[in-house]
Design a protein around this ligand. Structure first.
Ligand code: DQA
Length: 149
């Protein structure tokens, strides 16, 4: 039997991880983070599919079309976090448990970064733990899915 599937989504500029400021984002590339998250998902008996786009509409299309056999979502929406009500609506409409992850500490940077319009669609938001945040996101979803009827 196939194990349940989690979907990991990254928004704009996160394809450039590894080149972006390591002080905020760490040293790992997006592929490294996807591998780490896939490994953690596997340890928790989940499969992981991944998607990244720099385009708001493409992220929304993915949420609408690629979640039918998904049991939970991990998303780093990048800068869309701070102003995309369209992405918030699309996340909410999946009716799935979602964990939002930020590599950097969005509460100790420019003041506009401390606002997340997508957070209310999520069961938890993690920030400032660099790549470790993705490991914790899988564990939070695994625990949520085990304990929520
Ligand atoms: C980010 C934080 C956002 O403010 C920023 O626009 C990003 C990455 C993070 O992972 O810390 O692109 O989501």
């Amino acid at each position: 039997m196939l194990s349940s599937q989690l979907l990991l989504i990254h928004g704009p500029n996160l394809n450039w991880l590894g080149k972006r400021d390591p002080k905020h984002y760490g040293q790992l590339t997006l592929a490294d983070i996807e591998d780490l998250t896939r490994q953690t998902a596997k340890q928790n008996s989940f499969q992981l599919s991944t998607y990244q786009s720099n385009h708001e509409g493409a992220l929304i299309d993915t949420l609408q079309t690629r979640t039918s056999n998904t049991v939970g979502i991990i998303i780093n929406p990048g800068a869309f976090t701070h102003y995309s009500y369209a992405l918030y609506d699309a996340l909410l409409d999946t009716q799935l448990p979602i964990v939002e992850v930020h590599l950097s500490n969005i509460n100790q940077r420019e003041s506009w970064r401390s606002i997340s319009v997508t957070a209310p669609a999520c069961i938890e938001v993690i920030w400032g733990e660099k790549e470790k945040g993705y490991v914790r996101a899988v564990e939070i979803l695994a625990n949520h899915l085990r304990t929520t009827p």
